[in-house]
Design a protein around this ligand. Structure first.
Ligand code: DC
Length: 232
């Protein structure tokens, strides 16, 4: 029996889920999938094709265009991280903007969008050996994942991390704008009708407010070891 497990990492926006999932996948030689990138990819497609116009989301139009959207990941040979392809175009930097962040939660609340992306995510993980982060990974995408982590951190730490990330990318923003966007997305993501963000009863809570990246990775690696040892 393969000892490659499935690892689901969920939590609020900018809690460091993707950073942890990426590092964990590297250290375990697993596949890493940032499911939020896929919702961002659909949002970018909507912005470019009239599904979002005049700052309004046209749900019906976006739903009717869903079968024109092809999402894939390719490995960046330098960073060894997966990057998103939208209909063949590498859009990794286009999907990390405040504009995408301001619409993505509304797009992710659409049932038809979730049905499409969840099916694709389940397909990507059907061999195990995957670390996927998002909002519904432990609850909907991989409910039988051998390890589920729910990541949390204090809001001001999350604001600072996202603010620094945007500044590093050269995107002008303010801490107040970042805070407002995070709180708005937290609210939409956890109160929406379709698979809201929840901590499942079998998920382990990790508060990384006071943890460095390497400390957080160490904590997660201990949970992985424990999960694998209970399989043997
Ligand atoms: O992790 P992120 O900030 O890149 O995610 C972008 C948005 O996508 C987030 O506001 C909620 C949504 N999302 C979701 O609903 N389900 C997922 N599995 C991943 C992300």
């Amino acid at each position: 029996m393969s000892d490659k497990i499935t690892i689901a990492i969920d939590g609020y926006s900018s809690c460091g889920k993707s950073t942890l999932a990426r590092e964990l996948a590297k250290s375990l030689h697993y596949v890493f999938i940032d499911s939020g990138a896929m919702y961002r990819g659909v949002t970018l497609f909507a912005l470019r094709n009239g599904g979002i116009a005049n700052r309004e989301l046209n749900r019906g139009l976006l739903i009717s265009m869903l079968d024109q959207i092809e999402l894939k990941f390719v490995l960046n040979p330098e960073t060894k991280s997966p990057e998103l392809l939208l209909n063949g175009e590498n859009v990794e930097s286009n999907i990390r903007t405040p504009e995408i962040a301001s619409f993505v939660s509304e797009v992710a609340a659409i049932k038809e969008v979730r049905t499409k992306l969840v099916a694709e995510q389940q397909q990507m993980g059907n061999q195990g050996g995957i670390v996927m982060d998002g909002r519904d990974i432990g609850s909907v995408v991989f409910p039988s994942a051998e390890l589920k982590l729910f990541i949390t951190a204090e809001i001001e730490i999350r604001v600072e991390r996202r603010y620094q990330e945007l500044i590093f990318r050269g995107t002008p923003t303010s801490r107040d704008d970042v805070r407002e966007n995070l709180l708005r997305r937290d609210h939409i993501d956890s109160t929406r009708k379709e698979s809201p963000l929840i901590q499942t009863s079998d998920a382990i809570l990790v508060d990384n407010t006071k943890l460095s990246k390497s400390e957080q990775l160490e904590v997660a690696e201990q949970f992985v070891e424990r999960a694998i040892s209970t399989l043997a």
